[in-house]
Design a protein around this ligand. Structure first.
Ligand code: URA
Length: 442
């Protein structure tokens, strides 16, 4: 944009235009996004624009342009130093979603090079980087050379989004997390795809969540998000596909960073909960197919199952942890991950069946007891989290433990327990079964 065009724009006019439901020009989007990234536009003006976007939406063209501006706000990684088809995976965010830490080592064990950048928790959802940091010693940042060498030698490296990759998204993501502006088709599409396109992999597998604990509540909204992202990815020359999966209740039984790492290892040992196991194997199968090690998703899935059964996936996870400075003995000794000082059980006040388990309410309870952030620079209590002793369809008797909260702040745990209790719906009629994997969009 010319300096003259830049000088004639101002943030208030642009915010007002979006507040009035009008379409922003590429120049206006660039003015706001780049101005904010450089620190020329303050948090309060960017927050106002984000809220106007959440409320009034953006067209597909505005979203494509926003994605490109955010992608080009920093470096676009060159991963040509890594041999093979590099496959990336990204989840739109859920509660108890630890699939990256399961599917990525499985795909790496099949021979797919994984050079992945992951995010931190956002709002009520968890993030892979926070989970990895629950492992003592684990480094989530590396130099570019270390990153490429790790993939070339061990087949897998997962790091946090560096400040060089899509810095506009990094800054806006952190602001959205604390301003109630996470739930927007356009903002989620541009946030995810700007990073994925800048991160340099050749193929992208997206896990688009839908339901109460997802940003997209309905299957229709999830499908639209999946289609926009798949289209943007393919148009940019990356083979992109999406799996739409259920997020009405949390995935697996563990929510919270250290607890989720334990569940990851249980799944890799073949003894994890059925839902998280099934979704992780499907995603791993997709990654194996995109990486050229299977002709179909089914063949990829079967390979993923064998790699877990043969112990090769767990072995790859151990190598991955050690390669990034973490303690590999966690696979045999879970106590290395530490334990919260306070434990509180939430018990059923009557007999019945669990007919609903609100994933968002559990995500919020977990955030409030210390597993997530309320402010941008809040520290996380890695031991804080919730074990879901009962899930949808389980029978309960009065006094049975529904869930168990743990962490280091007893007062927060007391309030979190009330929230967690509110997440459970008990009834007498068997609930309708929700399909875990709803659709695959290629
Ligand atoms: N994940 C992202 O990276 N960005 C979003 O906006 C939501 C989920």
């Amino acid at each position: 944009m010319s300096a003259k065009a830049w000088a004639t724009m101002n943030a208030v006019d642009i915010i007002t235009k979006k507040k009035d439901g009008k379409i922003l020009s590429p120049e206006e989007l660039e003015y706001m996004v780049m101005g904010y990234t450089r620190g020329e536009i303050p948090d309060y003006q960017m927050s106002a624009l984000l809220m106007a976007i959440v409320l009034n939406g953006m067209t597909r063209e505005e979203t494509v342009r926003l994605t490109e501006i955010m992608r080009d706000s920093g470096e676009v990684m060159d991963l040509s130093g890594i041999k093979g088809i590099k496959v990336d995976k990204h989840s739109t965010g859920g509660v108890g979603d630890k699939t990256t830490l399961i599917a990525a080592p499985i795909a790496a064990a099949a021979g797919v090079p994984i050079a992945k950048m992951s995010g931190r928790g956002l709002g009520f959802t968890g993030g892979t980087v926070d989970k990895m940091e629950a492992i003592p010693g684990f480094r989530t940042s590396m130099t570019r050379e270390e990153f490429i060498n790790s993939v070339n030698t061990g087949g897998i490296a997962v790091i946090g989004q560096t400040g060089r990759i899509a810095p506009a998204d990094k800054k806006i993501y952190a602001l959205r997390d604390v301003t109630g502006t996470t739930q927007s088709l356009a903002l989620i599409t541009s946030s995810i795809m700007s990073k994925k396109l800048a991160a340099g992999s050749d193929a992208i597998l997206l896990d688009v969540k839908c339901g109460r604990g997802a940003f997209m509540k309905s299957e229709e909204d999830a499908r639209q998000l999946a289609e926009w992202m798949v289209e943007i990815g393919n148009a940019a020359g990356k083979k992109t596909m999406a799996v739409i999966s259920d997020m009405n209740q949390p995935l697996g039984r563990a929510v919270g960073n250290a607890l989720e790492v334990i569940e990851v290892m249980d799944v890799l040992k073949g003894r994890g909960p059925a839902d998280i196991t099934e979704l992780s194997l499907t995603l791993a199968g997709g990654m194996i197919m995109l990486g050229g090690f299977a002709n179909t998703m089914e063949e990829g899935h079967a390979k993923a199952v064998s790699l877990v059964e043969e112990g090769k996936a767990l072995e790859k996870f151990r190598e991955f942890v050690a390669g990034q400075g973490g303690n590999p003995h966690i696979t045999e000794d879970y106590t290395i991950l530490g334990k919260g000082r306070h434990i509180l059980e939430v018990k059923a006040d009557r007999d019945g069946l669990v007919t609903g388990l609100d994933a968002m309410a559990i995500g919020l309870a977990s955030q409030h007891i210390g597993a997530g952030r309320a402010r941008k620079d809040d520290a996380i209590d890695m031991t804080a989290g919730i074990i879901l002793n009962k899930k949808i369809g389980d029978k309960v008797n009065k006094g049975d433990v529904l869930c168990t909260l743990m962490g280091n702040d007893s007062i927060k745990i007391e309030t979190g327990a009330a929230e967690a209790m509110g997440a459970y719906e008990l009834g007498s009629d068997a609930p309708e079964k929700n399909r875990l994997i709803k659709q695959i969009i290629e």
